[in-house]
Design a protein around this ligand. Structure first.
Ligand code: 5AD
Length: 500
């Protein structure tokens, strides 16, 4: 049992030397102490506890650590000084004899610090050493830091098995091991909570046309599918959807559709202008595929604010496996660059588990998205559609989708990331699981009921219940069971100096 009273009104100072991993771990130590009520010192204040997380990559690093410890103990006279990290693990006795040191914690004990602080009384004759032998280091303590606020550093691996002759890591940190996916997902949820609280933004999805000039192998509304009943909503019908949506509380309308050759840029522009005029307080998102830069500019001037265009896969060969020869991955990337430049809040993303996708492809997608810095990231599992060339391929998995959601959340803390309909179609609690992995948007279906089943991108696409605009009460109830609630705000991307 930890005696919490020793932490009353205490202040701590943290010092980190060395690698990013150390920074992530110090951040976790800070969180552990903060949970006990120990706050971080402000500049100039004297600390009651000092935590020094050391490095030992070279002799010079050891020397720097010693100097830092001495300086810190002078700066904070009387403070209880804890030294941990690689130097502490490798030379615990040496560290314990540095003046002022009260406690030396090895790698295994680093994140169990609360257990060892005891009564915080200073030691007169050298610090107490608590360190396991390097060969006995086994545990993995999950850590994540957000010190520079643009990104989160997540510890995914500790230790090393290579024993290179010049490197201390296998001795300082033990054998190679990693954390669980569950702990990573938890970290992602924490990051989303930090940025958005328990609020989930809602978008009213209006599927304006299921006619498409493209023949993507995965998509149920592809041109080559003769078995679907095609439709195109009239402007009046779209406006009517907006009206119903507005009354239900939606402040974002998403106009999504195939690349319908009969829907001209003039018509789209007019529709956007009408919605803008009638709903000046609402955001308009378009998701209508690849258009010319000029068309994107016109829609933007007419009042559209956001554009969703998944790149589907960054890898050119994989793009070829998913799309017929007349389509081009390069063109799609150009569209994304145009949209960003014009000033749209831009969304992109991928299908998880699409045929031919490898882990290497996904890494390319992560890096591309890292570079593009989109405001929205849409990812959902690939699901087969019975009337497509991919009818017999297996679905993407919920596990991989959820893992990727959490990776995207950690890499893009302020991005708008939906818990997609595809994930909710794949598993019954897909929406909740998506949110618990860091998603913060849902897009209930606001299309006219009689058309919904015709917008079948994949088999059994959900559009009723909590997936529908009329089902907001059901959605609210569902969110409540996991501690979240609907936000009635527009939910724009919040630009800061750090995330652009
Ligand atoms: N499975 C999952 N997602 C699909 N999409 C299209 N077809 C499928 C499918 N079979 C996704 C694409 C597209 C978005 C509108 O829907 O990623 O960009």
């Amino acid at each position: 049992m930890i005696d919490q009273t020793v932490f009353n009104n205490k202040k701590a100072a943290y010092y980190t030397l060395g690698c990013k991993l150390n920074f992530a771990e110090t951040s976790t130590i800070g969180k552990l102490l903060a949970e006990q009520g120990v706050r971080k010192v402000r500049p100039g204040e004297k600390a009651d506890i000092c935590v020094v997380n050391t490095c030992s990559v070279t002799e010079l690093a050891d020397k720097k650590c010693r100097q830092a410890i001495r300086r810190i103990s002078k700066q904070h006279p009387g403070a209880f000084i804890v030294v941990t990290g690689c130097y502490a693990q490798l030379k615990p006795e040496e560290v314990s004899h540095i003046e002022g040191v009260d406690l030396v914690l090895g790698a295994e004990q680093k994140l169990e610090i609360l257990q060892y602080l005891e009564n915080l009384e200073k030691k007169e004759h050298g610090g107490t050493v608590i360190a396991s032998q390097s060969k006995d280091i086994r545990s993995f303590s999950p850590s994540c830091s957000a010190d520079d606020r643009t990104r989160h550093f997540l510890k995914v691996q500790d230790g090393c098995d290579y024993y290179c002759s010049y490197c201390t890591i296998p001795f300082a940190r033990g054998r190679s091991r990693n954390g669980t996916i569950a702990s990573m997902v938890e970290q992602a949820q924490e990051v989303a909570l930090l940025h958005f609280g328990n609020k989930i933004y809602i978008r009213g999805l209006i599927e304006i046309s299921n006619c498409c000039r493209n023949n993507c192998y995965y998509c149920g509304i592809r041109k080559g599918n003769p078995n679907i009943e095609r439709y195109r909503l009239s402007r009046e019908s779209i406006l009517n959807c907006c009206k119903q949506g507005y009354e239900l509380g939606f402040r974002t309308f998403v106009l999504q559709g195939g690349e319908d050759p009969a829907l001209t840029n003039d018509q789209i522009e007019m529709t956007v202008a009408r919605i803008r005029q009638e709903y000046p307080d609402c955001a308009i998102t378009l998701s209508l595929g690849e258009k010319s830069r000029e068309a994107y500019e016109r829609f933007f001037r007419a009042g559209a604010n956001r554009y969703l265009l998944r790149h589907e896969t960054y890898n050119e060969l994989h793009y070829r496996q998913l799309h017929p020869a007349e389509m081009s991955g390069k063109r799609r990337l150009q569209c994304l660059a145009d949209l960003k430049e014009i000033g749209y809040q831009t969304g992109t993303g991928i299908m998880v588990g699409s045929p031919g996708q490898t882990v290497e492809h996904i890494i390319e997608d992560l890096l591309f998205i890292e570079k593009l810095r989109p405001e929205m990231i849409g990812i959902g599992p690939f699901l087969p559609h019975h009337d497509t060339p991919f009818a017999e391929y297996p679905s993407g998995t919920a596990e991989q989708t959820i893992l990727l959601l959490s990776i995207f959340r950690l890499m893009h803390p302020s991005a708008l990331i939906p818990a997609t309909t595809a994930l909710a179609t794949l598993i019954p609690d897909g929406r909740e699981r998506g949110i618990l992995a860091g998603a913060n948007v849902v897009m209930p279906n606001l299309s006219p009921r009689e058309e919904r089943r015709k917008y079948e991108l994949y088999n059994d696409k959900a559009s009723l219940g909590a997936e529908s605009a009329e089902g907001l009460a059901a959605l609210q109830k569902q969110l409540k069971t996991i501690g979240y609630e609907i936000s009635t705000e527009r939910g724009d991307f919040k630009y800061t100096t750090e995330n652009i």
